[in-house]
Design a protein around this ligand. Structure first.
Ligand SMILES: C[S@@+](CC[C@H](N)C(=O)[O-])C[C@H]1O[C@@H](n2cnc3c(N)ncnc32)[C@H](O)[C@@H]1O
Length: 314
């Protein structure tokens, strides 16, 4: 059971499954790369002994303010850093450690970020275009939509939103901004609706909003560039657990975990290995762990979540 969850901010997904697979050394040092509302962090802190330590990272100051307060009682074994988890190795060093026993990444945005009308993540509210998880970043959805070339906008919507109308939406965006800058999420929704006519069960702006959010926060690049760093920061026997929410992210995690778990990555037609590749991890989960029905009953956002875990070899 999830103990004492703060459902108004974010319900942690795959909570028990994550803690069970991640926290193996109760005196160990752990990193939660995505603090959010602090649900998973709290679960880790509750399990750790007084000798254990948790380092939590988030790039969103609002998440840090909220979770910092929530987890105040654990401050003797808990440090929080405002940073991108791309810098997790530096954060671990700054926290006073070299290698750690476990790392968690619960990728994407929190329910709070998504539901906050002022953050501009949702097509449900009409507000200034933004979508930055880190509000100190100079690049937001406004710059993307008003400055990127049409081709690039089309690629982003197609690749990150898997939206088959990407080309048309990009053309309509560029046409609209030649009249006046696109200022609000409402402007963007209206442009998308004009570009995609016809009926669909899903909101017509859903895929485009996902794509823009991924680009604004460089989510896939950050994930790709953080996985090996995370594995290199683990002690032998330490574990990396990653929760993803859509197929693009899961594919990256699955492929990188697989590549890091094999002894050779030479093309199959080569008879002798020439790659000098060495396995760094063993797969703890061959298939991803997905939520059970009882979790889906109370948390709609858990629907597409998948948990994959690897263990660092000695
Ligand atoms: C899905 S929520 C995590 C929820 C959390 N596990 C909980 O139990 O409440 C993701 C959080 O990670 C943060 N985040 C996402 N990508 C990040 C990155 N590259 N670096 C730092 N924080 C990131 C977001 O700001 C957000 O607060």
């Amino acid at each position: 059971m999830i103990e004492n969850i703060k459902v108004d901010y974010h319900i942690p997904v795959l909570y028990e499954e994550t803690l069970e697979n991640l926290v193996k050394n109760l005196d160990g040092v752990y990193v939660d790369c995505t603090l959010g509302g602090g649900g998973h962090s709290e679960g880790i802190l509750k399990r750790l002994s007084e000798k254990g330590n948790l380092i939590s990272i988030d790039q969103d100051q609002e998440a840090i303010n909220f979770a910092g307060k929530r987890l105040e009682e654990y401050r003797n074994k808990h440090q929080i850093f405002k940073d991108n988890f791309l810098n997790l190795d530096t954060v671990i060093y700054m926290a006073g450690f070299e290698k750690v026993d476990g790392i968690l990444m619960d990728i994407g945005v929190s329910s709070k970020q998504l539901d906050d009308p002022d953050r501009g993540f949702s097509y449900k509210y009409d507000t200034r275009l933004d979508m930055r998880m880190d509000k100190s970043s100079p690049f937001s959805a406004y710059e993307l939509l008003n400055q990127y070339p049409e081709e690039e906008i089309s690629r982003i919507i197609y690749e990150y939103g898997e939206e088959r109308h990407a080309r048309k939406i990009a053309r309509f965006i560029v046409e609209a901004r030649s009249e006046k800058p696109i200022e609000t999420t409402g402007d963007l929704v209206a442009i998308i609706k004009r570009a995609i006519k016809g009926k669909s069960q899903k909101h017509p702006a859903k895929k485009t909003f996902q794509a823009i959010r991924i680009e604004v926060n460089r989510e896939l690049d950050v994930l790709k560039n953080s996985i090996e760093k995370a594995v290199d920061s683990l002690k032998p026997g330490g574990r990396l657990a990653i929760i993803t929410f859509h197929s693009l992210e899961d594919r990256i995690v699955k492929n990188m975990f697989k590549e890091m778990s094999v002894e050779c990555v030479c093309p199959s037609e080569l008879l002798i290995c020439k790659c000098n590749h060495k396995a760094k991890v063993k797969l703890v989960t061959r298939k991803p762990i997905i939520p059970k029905n009882n979790e889906l009953d109370f948390n709609n956002r858990a629907h597409s979540s998948k948990l994959r875990v690897v263990e660092r070899l000695g």
